[in-house]
Design a protein around this ligand. Structure first.
Ligand code: HEM
Ligand code: HEM
Length: 182
């Protein structure tokens, strides 16, 4: 039964966004392995943008679905400090999962260079502003890294809840029928 789980679409969209963020981050982190100007480096950067745009497209439906379905209670209940801390982290993750890709697409739009989604050309500003695009890129990279570390801490906390604190925090986010993760 789905008694203590998040609503199915909350779970599906959580994991879709989570995987896309992981792929976007892995690609941008390995970009440096390939020589400047090489086809592989260009492809890796393109892949980063594709997953990033997908995150942005999924975040609005995700937020709407979440607003319609409350989070199920955790058994046994969390101490107050964990309850407050997890809410703050989740709020920050939501904000960053919007802001980081939004800055990414804004900087591409403002930079004025050709870019695309699955080969489909995306619009660019008629009067590009490379300085502004560069400034946005700096912010994108900084808060992109904040998102990465926060997501790592968040995933570590989920694993800690499951194996050490032994509550149902993680199982609530897993597919139906999953009682343990081994
Ligand atoms: C949730 C989605 C995204 C995350 C987590 C993310 C994260 C990052 C991070 C951490 C960096 C800096 C990597 C470093 O430290 O060197 C970066 C660079 C970059 N991102 Fe994103 N990003 C996302 C979405 C996007 C989108 C949607 C676009 C554009 C459509 C984009 C375009 C870029 C570009 C052009 C760079 C600079 C690459 C270079 O150094 O040449 N990103 N991103
Ligand atoms: C990859 C490993 C991840 C694991 C194991 C994981 C696990 C979980 C679990 C167990 C919850 C439920 C927590 C609770 O209700 O107290 C949750 C919620 C949440 N996760 Fe993740 N997560 C992961 C990645 C991510 C990433 C990359 C993001 C970035 C956006 C993210 C954003 C969120 C948010 C915003 C919530 C709150 C859900 C809500 O109440 O609406 N998670 N996650």
């Amino acid at each position: 039964m789905s008694a203590n789980r998040y609503a199915p679409w909350v779970r599906r969209l959580h994991w879709a966004v989570a995987w896309f963020i992981v792929f976007a981050l892995v690609l941008i982190e390995i970009k440096g392995w390939f020589p400047r100007g090489s086809a592989t480096r260009t492809a890796v950067k393109w892949g980063h943008m594709q997953f990033g745009i997908a995150v942005l497209l999924l975040m609005l439906p995700r937020l709407l679905v979440r607003l319609r379905h409350a989070a199920p209670p955790i058994t046994p209940p969390l101490p107050r400090w964990q309850d407050v801390l997890s809410k703050l982290v989740h709020l920050s993750l939501y904000l960053l999962a919007f802001a980081v890709p939004l800055l990414g697409v804004s900087m591409m739009f403002i930079a004025g260079k050709p870019w695309n989604l699955l080969g489909l050309p995306l619009p660019v500003m008629a009067t590009p502003d490379p300085d502004l695009a560069h400034a946005l890129e700096g912010i994108h990279e900084t808060i992109g890294n904040v998102l990465m570390w926060l997501a790592i801490a968040h995933a570590a906390a989920a694993v800690f809840h499951h194996f050490v604190q032994r509550d149902d925090t993680l199982v609530r986010m897993l597919p139906e029928g999953r009682k343990r993760i081994r």
